[in-house]
Design a protein around this ligand. Structure first.
Ligand SMILES: Nc1ncnc2c1ncn2[C@@H]1O[C@H](COP(=O)(O)OP(=O)(O)O)[C@@H](O)[C@H]1O
Ligand SMILES: [Mg+2]
Length: 269
């Protein structure tokens, strides 16, 4: 957990609100899709500025948790609060940015035009400059390139820029680097850590990779197989952001082993 975490959030909150203790709060959340019980008794508080990863077997409800925070789905029972309001309200105020594994880029728009689309949709005037953001993301030379002219890692950076350009204080990332090769993935993780240093956000990050969860997160939440329940929450006790070199350190390998053990415990027998 880093010290700057709550400061940027203050800019985005209505000062008449009382300051919420947590940026995202799941209270006893249950989600059913007909006969399928996707989530059961999920309780989780994500602190402002915290980076939390969700790991767990396929189908355990990770995407469903993100969709509920984004206001794209509603719990069957229990509640979720985002900055002290309902997800629908937070969504109306454009407080949440979302990026999924497959970059949601429009093929006929350039990188810059794709990022600007978020501003057209949200109508946010006092946002980050799309040009500067893409430059900061190492894409200054590619502003006018179309998605098919960009590598997978570049497309995902454009995708994340589009999720950040309206300056939401919460970022939801659903396996954003899942389609990339391992080394690109590591570089993207390192890059994301740097981005969050200059543009702090509360993040929920879904990944299949135990190492990726451990290197990026303040806490890793392990979900059990369906119905998804929180079976473990592990603090990663290393300062953030963490460089590639950290991956070789004994302490980091120890943290990875802890997460892996927790994941094995959560898997069906
Ligand atoms: N719209 C839906 N209709 C029916 N079942 C769904 C729907 N969305 C998700 N599910 C089911 O809910 C469970 C959790 O899905 P999901 O959140 O996508 O899991 P994960 O992201 O962890 O792989 C799965 O069994 C999935 O098939
Ligand atoms: Mg999923």
């Amino acid at each position: 957990m880093v010290g700057w975490s709550v400061i940027p959030l203050l800019d985005h909150l209505n000062p008449s609100w009382s300051f919420p203790l947590s940026a995202i709060e799941f209270r006893n959340v249950e989600k059913r899709f007909g006969q399928v019980e996707a989530l059961q008794a999920v309780n989780l508080s994500v602190r402002a500025g915290e980076f939390v990863s969700l790991v767990g077997p396929s189908g355990c409800g990770k995407t469903t948790m993100l969709r509920i925070v984004a206001g794209l789905d509603t719990p069957t029972a229990g509640s979720v609060q985002v900055n002290g309001a309902s997800p629908a309200e937070a969504c109306r105020q454009h407080q949440v940015g979302v990026a999924f594994q497959r970059p949601a880029l429009i093929a006929s728009r350039t990188a810059l035009a794709n990022v600007k689309l978020t501003l057209e949709i949200t109508g946010r005037q006092n946002s980050l400059s799309p040009e500067t953001l893409l430059q900061d993301f190492g894409l200054g030379e590619f502003l006018h390139h179309y998605p098919h002219q960009l590598s997978g890692g570049m497309q995902q950076r454009v995708n994340i820029a589009a999720a950040l350009v309206h300056n939401p204080n919460i970022l939801l990332l659903d396996e954003p680097f899942g389609a990339l090769d391992e080394l690109t993935r590591e570089t993207m993780g390192e890059w994301l850590g740097q981005v969050l240093l200059t543009t702090p956000k509360t993040v929920i990050f879904v990944t299949h990779s135990v190492e990726e969860a451990a290197i990026l997160s303040d806490r890793v939440v392990v979900l059990s197989a369906r119905p998804g329940r929180i079976s473990d929450v592990l603090e990663i006790e290393l300062p953030r952001p963490r460089s590639k070199e950290v991956r070789m350190q004994e302490n980091f390998l120890h943290q990875v082993a802890r997460v892996r053990e927790a994941l094995y415990r959560a898997m069906p027998a």
